[in-house]
Each structure stands twice: as C-alpha cells, then as structure tokens.
Design a protein around this ligand. Structure first.
Ligand code: AMP
Ligand code: MG
Length: 311
C-alpha cells in the first residue's frame, strides 16, 4: 500500500468486469488491460473522475487523455468525422489507432479530458476485457497508460501495481498485453492530411503522413518519457559489467526483446524488459540496436525518450 485506497484486484471474468463497471459508474478509477498497454480508466463525462486520473498519475494538466469507446458509431457523438477519418476508423477499429479529431460542441465530455484543446483523441479498443467493460457501462472511458506520469508503461497487472497500488480503486488482471506499445496517434486535418503525432503499432504507407513536433498536441512526444529511472545507452552491441543489457537479434542480453529479430515480438516485450532492467541491481541499462522499420520506428521512439534523463 502506497496511497489512500485499498486497490482491489479483479479477475478478467464476468464478476470482475461487473465490479469494474460499478466502480467506474460511481466515478472511480480502474486499470484495465487493452491490446496495447494497461489503461487507467475513468468515465470521460465526469470532470471529477477525470481529475482523479491526473492526480493518481501525477500527470501534468496540459497532457490530454485518450477517450475509449465501444464502436465507431459511439465515437461520432463526440467528434466530427470527415471522409478520411471515417475511412481510417473503418480500416483500423477496433484496434491500436487513436484519431485526433475536431470535438463536437457540447459533446458531454469533461473539458479536462482534452486539456482545453478544440480536438479530442478517440480510440475503439480491440481487447475483449476493455470492450466488455465499455459495453457493460455504455459510457466513454478516458484511459491513459496505467503508470505514474513519465515512467515505463505497464503490460501486466503487476507493473500497474508497482506504481499505482493504493492510488487507484481496482485493477483487472487480464495477463500480458499482446501488443505492448501504445496506440499510433494520428490527427486528421481539414484538408484530408494525416499527421502522425505518435508512432505505434499501426504504420502508414510512407508519404501518407507528416511528422509534427507540436508540443501541446503530442505531449507523449515530450523529450523525457517512459523513464526506467536509470541511465540508458542505445545501440549497444555489448554490455559493461554495471549495465543490464537488453538484447535484440544476435545481441544476447540479460533480457531479450526478440532473439529471432522479430519486431512485433520486440514491441510486445519492450516494457517488460525495461521494467526488469529498472528492478535489477545494476545501475545502468544498455539496449541493442533495433531496426528502424515498421513497428521498429515506434520502439525506437520510446527508447529514445527512455534514454533522456528526467530533470
Ligand atoms: P497515454 O495514454 O498516457 O499514452 O497518453 C495519451 C496520449 O494521447 C498523449 O500523448 C497525448 O498527447 C495524446 N492526446 C490526447 N488527446 C489529444 C489531442 N486532443 N490532441 C493530440 N494529442 C492528444
Ligand atoms: Mg503514458
């Protein structure tokens, strides 16, 4: 126990899902597995519930949250979908794509969800547990990653409890997340352009997106994020005695992202390896080079930010 709540541990069964929905309906916080990472959910239509997410995470108020919905039809109640946005949602939902779209006026969402921006970030997740909670509740859920702000994202219930035990009402234990990296975030502009605000599991054909570094729109792109709390060295082909080496391919480590060099496997194991490295008794971390192609771009994006010291 590190905080003022006794965090309930729920099973990923009908009873656990029912209990989670009841806690959420009352304005509580529940960590829920998704296909990307565990999300810290609260009802998105309640200013008080959303405020509790920011407090539990220690998240700066300028960093907006992703709103999760059960279907594309539900999403259209909150934001304007033009033809390119509809096409993206139809192609990738349910799945690990977040769309940043113009918010509809008076959409009933708590203003704090979008940190005062005129846009809203929406995602329709695929994970059966998250979908079951959304369906049972029939309410939109704000859900950033279920970790203290700035630290490594959780891919197991144990990772969630490592930083949020006693700070949230409950966690549903749904085992390991399959994807392991946060969703791709794409903004659809009025002229049909798609801007990738955060690389992730959904990769767009080259030329279909533009990068942006707009700090308010994509605080996930803050220089230091996903920090394991120790110095981290990139592109290491071997580890020093005081380093915990995270391997990839032929670089064997204390923990391997993917010995066979499979980038999808590496994405699913990245945060588990960073958690293991953080917990080890070695004061430094080194990570083998990961090819910058496909989902490797998202892996390298997270690693670069994990390597920037927290000030
Ligand atoms: P997290 O779920 O902790 O990975 O954080 C949610 C991410 O969604 C952050 O990187 C936010 O910057 C991003 N986000 C949420 N809402 C918006 C928005 N309206 N415009 C741009 N980015 C957003
Ligand atoms: Mg996060």
């Amino acid at each position: 126990m590190t905080g003022k709540y006794a965090t309930e541990q729920l099973g990923a069964d009908a009873e656990g899902i029912g209990r989670a929905a009841a806690i959420l309906r009352e304005g509580g916080l529940v960590a829920i597995p998704t296909e990307t990472v565990y999300g810290l959910a609260a009802r998105a239509d309640s200013e008080a519930a959303v405020a509790r997410i920011y407090t539990a995470k220690g998240r700066p108020g300028f960093n907006p949250l992703i709103v999760h919905v059960a279907s594309q039809e539900r999403a259209t109640q909150f934001a304007t979908f033009d033809a390119p946005a509809r096409e993206l949602a139809e192609r990738h939902w349910p799945g690990p794509l977040t769309l940043v779209l113009p918010a509809l006026p008076d959409n009933g969402l708590a203003p704090a969800v979008s940190a005062g921006l005129p846009t809203i970030a929406l995602r329709c997740p695929e994970h059966p547990v998250m979908r079951a909670v959304l369906t049972e509740l029939d309410l939109p859920l704000a859900a950033p990653s279920a970790n203290r702000s700035g630290s490594v994202s959780p891919t197991t219930a144990a990772h969630v409890l490592a930083t949020l035990d006693g700070r949230v009402d409950a966690v549903i234990n749904g085992g390991e997340c399959q994807g392991g990296l946060e969703s791709t975030i794409a903004a659809v502009r009025g002229d049909g352009r798609i801007e990738e605000l955060r690389p992730g599991p959904i990769t767009f054909a080259s030329g279909r997106h533009l990068r942006t570094d707009h700090p308010i729109e994509a605080p996930g792109q803050l220089a230091s994020h996903y920090s394991p709390g120790k110095p981290l060295r990139l592109n290491a082909t071997g580890g020093a005695d005081d380093e915990f080496l995270i391997g990839f391919g032929t670089v064997e480590g204390d923990c391997g992202l993917s010995p066979s060099g499979d980038l999808v496997e590496a994405a699913s194991r990245l945060y588990a390896c960073l958690h293991e490295a953080a917990a080890s008794d070695r004061p430094r971390i080194a990570v083998a080079p990961v090819p910058n192609e496909g989902i490797g771009r998202a892996i390298n994006d997270r690693l670069r930010r994990a390597a920037v010291p927290v000030d």
